[in-house]
Ligand binder design. Structure first.
Ligand SMILES: *[C@@H]1O[C@H](CO)[C@@H](O)[C@H](O)[C@H]1NC(C)=O
Ligand SMILES: *[C@@H]1O[C@H](CO)[C@@H](O)[C@H](O)[C@H]1NC(C)=O
Ligand SMILES: *[C@@H]1O[C@H](CO)[C@@H](O)[C@H](O)[C@H]1NC(C)=O
Ligand SMILES: *[C@@H]1O[C@H](CO)[C@@H](O)[C@H](O)[C@H]1NC(C)=O
Ligand SMILES: *[C@@H]1O[C@H](CO)[C@@H](O)[C@H](O)[C@H]1NC(C)=O
Length: 489
């Protein structure tokens, strides 16, 4: 009895303290080695040499004959430092958020076409659930071989990008003077470090510097242009990764961390030229419907087809790309400001967290957070602690018709479904889920048209039969010699 009163009091005094029914973490992979300029092939000395006139420092690029500062010679591969960072983040979340979760109640998804995503997933589970041996094996990862779930625009089987005309309009048209001018100071800052470029790259524009490198439209899914802006993005990301990876020297010792954070805005905005709101519906409808399915499954406690984890799952970790975070942000209409980063940044290891909580009153509610380590934390690689916690900010669900910080699941469901393009959902059972749970009036009847037809037909036949019967009764009563009045009185 005393205990009961105690718990009742506790419930009154600390409202809203409840462990989530389920937590979904959509994460970017950890710190990696850079891509080459242009994004294709391997990062080699030769691929970089055209874009600098400086003598080549031994810390560039990662490779067998380099100083080994990166710790890996694989292009765009997770570095050992990057793996360690993900484990530290996992350990912090394991102790502060998931200490009550058992091994069987964790599901791990990744873009299995990429070993760095696989390694990000297993490093995170190693940190978060150190005693769950099976979760540290690659085999536990639920795959997505065709990249429908973690679509970064590479799978255009169902839906595609805007027309090149629209994308050119985002770039300001013409010979891209507007684009160049918008990023002038950043491009020149990068150039002050690298002293681009070999003269054959700028026919008719000498001296050949980064700003005079001609810009051309490419429309590749990872970059809309090549030339000045794209190469500035390459170097900006290269310098940031040098810093985050803990390399002894970064940006030739000429830039500070605030420059690197500012330059990194170019990389995010470069992605957003291709990955606009339209593309978010094309490529992220599958991921969003998967998230919605996971939330509904946890709330209703019955399996939802199309998901590869059970209704008892408490933690769903999904390792993907910066593009997935950007497209989810645009699809759901979100924005965030993390400590140490520019607005809407998606730094290595950054994660969108969806929590479903059962409140004392009313149904379950959805909250969203963005969590990422600060730049210096990523570089230094100290374990996280209460005073040295990663940045975690709540993300308002501004299109929720209810509380944007605790959106009722039902309202969240309607909101998400209204934003998706069902024909772009690459998991058929999840497409059915979205079509059958459609907001209010629209979707569900479509596939049951024949029920309406048959009901209508039956009603018509019944009506016809009744009127025929009445007519018949009338004519027979008239012929019997009594008036209808006499019969009814
Ligand atoms: C890149 O390097 C890897 C070895 O690290 C090699 O297997 C692969 O063929 C190379 N790719 C290209 C396009 O040269
Ligand atoms: C962690 O990441 C590193 C790369 O940094 C990788 O070599 C290693 O296999 C990963 N560990 C696990 C348990 O996945
Ligand atoms: C998760 O841990 C963070 C501290 O990192 C804390 O602020 C937050 O309230 C925790 N959330 C849940 C649902 O336990
Ligand atoms: C990632 O892990 C999955 C599941 O074990 C495996 O099938 C896939 O080959 C791995 N991907 C890479 C690139 O190694
Ligand atoms: C870059 O080169 C162009 C000529 O191609 C020149 O007009 C411009 O002043 C140079 N910019 C800088 C910052 O040196």
């Amino acid at each position: 009895m005393v205990m009961l009163v105690y718990f009742l009091l506790l419930a009154l005094v600390v409202p809203g303290v409840a462990t989530p029914l389920v937590t979904i973490i959509v994460s970017r992979h950890g710190i990696r080695t850079p891509y080459p300029p242009g994004g294709e092939g391997n990062l080699t000395k030769e691929s970089m040499a055209q874009y600098t006139t400086k003598s080549f420092p031994p810390c560039w690029p990662p490779g067998p004959e380099s100083s080994g500062v990166w710790g890996s010679s694989i292009t765009a591969g997770l570095t050992p430092h990057g793996g360690e960072q993900i484990r530290l983040m996992g350990r912090w979340m394991g102790t502060s958020n998931f200490s009550g979760v058992s091994c069987d109640d964790v599901a791990v998804y990744a873009d299995i076409s990429s070993s760095r995503d696989n390694e990000t997933a297993t490093n995170w589970t190693l940190g978060a659930f150190p005693t769950c041996k099976a979760l540290h094996q690659e085999e536990v990862i639920k795959g997505d071989a065709k990249q429908v779930l973690f679509n970064d625009g590479s799978n255009q089987e169902l839906c595609g990008f805007q027309s090149s005309k629209v994308i050119q309009s985002f770039l300001g048209g013409g010979k891209y003077e507007a684009l160049l001018n918008a990023w002038k100071s950043q491009i020149q800052l990068v150039d002050s470090v690298v002293h681009c470029c070999s003269s054959e790259l700028c026919p008719g524009h000498l001296p050949c510097n980064l700003s005079s490198l001609p810009i051309k439209y490419t429309g590749k899914f990872w970059a809309a242009t090549e030339g000045a802006f794209d190469i500035a993005v390459f170097w900006a990301e290269f310098f940031l990764l040098e810093y985050l990876n803990g390399n002894p020297q970064y940006a030739q010792g000429q830039l500070g961390v605030s420059d690197l954070v500012d330059l990194y805005r170019m990389a995010v905005e470069n992605i957003e030229i291709m990955d606009d709101h339209f593309a978010s519906r094309s490529f992220e409808s599958t991921m969003a419907s998967h998230i919605l399915g996971t939330l509904l499954q946890a709330a209703e406690r019955k399996p939802i087809p199309g998901l590869s984890h059970s209704q008892n799952t408490k933690v769903v970790y999904m390792a993907g790309h910066d593009t997935n975070l950007i497209l989810l942000r645009l699809l759901l209409g979100l924005r965030w400001q993390s400590h140490g980063w520019a607005q809407n940044g998606v730094a290595p290891g950054g994660m969108l967290i969806f929590e479903l909580e059962q409140r004392q009153e009313g149904g379950p509610v959805v909250s969203i957070y963005f969590q990422v380590a600060q730049p210096a934390q990523l570089r230094e690689g100290q374990p996280f602690s209460e005073p040295q916690a990663p940045s975690r900010v709540q993300v308002a669900i501004t299109d929720c018709p209810g509380d944007p910080f605790a959106c009722p699941l039902d309202a969240f469901k309607k909101m998400v479904i209204s934003k998706l393009r069902p024909e772009c959902i690459g998991i058929p059972a999840l497409r059915d889920l979205v079509e059958n749970h459609g907001a209010g009036s629209v979707p569900w009847p479509a596939q049951y048209w024949w029920t309406f037809l048959l009901t209508g037909l039956a009603a018509f036949l019944l009506g016809a039969a009744i009127s025929w019967f009445i007519k018949k009764r009338r004519s027979s009563s008239l012929s019997s010699g009594y008036s209808s009045q006499e019969l009814t009185s």
